[in-house]
Write a protein that binds this ligand. Structure first.
Ligand SMILES: NC(=O)c1ccc[n+]([C@@H]2O[C@H](COP(=O)([O-])OP(=O)(O)OC[C@H]3O[C@@H](n4cnc5c(N)ncnc54)[C@H](O)[C@@H]3O)[C@@H](O)[C@H]2O)c1
Length: 355
């Protein structure tokens, strides 16, 4: 069976997708990841000896390397998640976001299109390129309303602007070249193996380390939270059954203010890992200056993927968050490697020194 290329498979969502594909499908997977600070192969335990899995440390901006991978593996399709993904980093240093999210997506599209152009028959008919994007491309909502697939693009951060640009490239490649694409725009994800710069793992780890829990401004920004395994299931479904040229919004129907998220986390930790002196974790909350240009509210209308493909999330915010807190408490080795930076030596430790 031809493999699927998953770009960014060592990241938070990509690793959840690969764990799902390995456990529940027959697809061989080629994981293409540059291993930036956000790439962590320890999130894919046990795959080293798995014959259905290949890892390639490759930058999606490297056209020659991508061409070699397409020639070598003859994939049935691509699910493209590789990106710079952290809004705060994009504010302090937008260059990498322009490079990976725009130039990288362009380079990957062109390599994939060249490969697809040389296919014929069934291989050509089944090939598809799935671009994974975010609801942040739509900008910010007021008190009411939801993002549908036809919502105007109004990206406000360098991150969301670079993702919006990549979405436009994918759309144009379909429209101009007939290149077989599908696209998904998902809300905020949470779950195991998320790099602890993002809100939920940051709060869990700071709380148990006795550190302050920094909350932007009044903590009243609203995000629509989705458990990462529900996103992975939706990605598989759209890759297999989505209509070419279409986009699908994915969301969890879980609108929460940042303050609600932190309060729920603190209550869960009070229950699952009470402090020796009985002090509630919520006493560690601290307000910090707001993020510049901070979008007020995101909320997804996921009715299209639900009606057309039958996807609905399996986790509620309460069940998903409980699983997430428990995972971080149960996996101190993963956390310690990330916090110490040791995870960056994972390849060398497991494969030896590479030239
Ligand atoms: N995290 C969310 O809440 C969320 C929500 C919706 C959409 N998304 C999108 O999903 C995708 C994955 O997000 P994530 O949270 O898993 O991100 P992440 O930052 O955890 O992982 C990104 C991965 O991409 C790799 N990468 C970065 N630059 C690369 C390059 N030039 N070449 C090859 N690999 C490279 C990194 O090493 C890392 O493994 C992104 O495209 C993001 O925009 C994320």
């Amino acid at each position: 069976m031809s493999p699927i290329f998953v770009t960014g498979g060592a990241g938070f969502i990509g690793s959840a997708l690969i764990r799902l594909l390995m456990a529940e499908s027959d697809y061989p997977v080629v994981n293409i990841d540059k291993l930036t600070y956000a790439g962590n192969l320890a999130s894919l335990p046990g795959l080293l000896t798995e014959p259905m899995y290949v890892f390639s440390q490759t930058d999606i901006c490297d056209r020659a390397a991508l061409d070699r991978l397409f020639d070598q593996h003859n994939p049935a399709g691509v699910i493209h998640l590789a990106a710079e993904s952290h809004v705060d980093r994009s504010i302090h240093g937008p260059g990498e976001f322009i490079q990976t999210n725009i130039t990288g997506t362009y380079t990957l599209l062109e390599a994939a299109r060249a490969y697809w152009s040389g296919l014929s028959g069934e291989a050509r008919a089944r090939f598809r390129f799935h671009h994974v994007s975010t609801d942040e491309v739509f900008g910010s909502l007021g008190e009411t309303g939801l993002f549908t697939e036809s919502h105007p693009y109004q990206p406000n951060s360098p991150y969301s602007a670079s993702k919006a640009a990549s979405d436009h490239l994918v759309r144009a490649w379909h429209h101009t070249y007939g290149f077989p694409t599908v696209m998904t725009n998902c809300s905020n994800n949470y779950g195991p193996c998320q790099f602890p710069e993002k809100l939920i793992p940051l709060m869990i780890l700071n709380a148990v380390a006795g550190k302050p829990l920094p909350i932007y401004g009044k903590g009243d920004n609203v995000r629509d939270w989705l458990y990462v395994d529900d996103h992975a299931r939706a990605l598989r479904l759209v890759f297999e059954k989505g209509t070419l040229g279409e986009t699908y919004n994915i969301g969890g129907h879980n609108e929460k203010t940042n303050l609600e998220v932190v309060d729920t986390l603190c209550a869960l930790l009070d229950e699952l890992k009470p402090q020796p002196d009985g002090r509630p974790y919520a006493t560690q909350k601290t307000s910090v200056a707001d993020r510049p240009g901070h979008d007020k509210r995101y909320a997804i209308d996921a009715s299209k993927i639900s009606h057309e493909l039958g996807w609905t999330p399996t986790e509620t915010f309460e069940t998903g968050l409980r699983k997430t807190v428990q995972w971080y408490l149960d996996n101190p080795a993963w956390v310690a490697h990330v916090v110490s930076g040791d995870y960056r030596n994972w390849l060398t430790r497991n494969y030896g020194e590479r030239t």
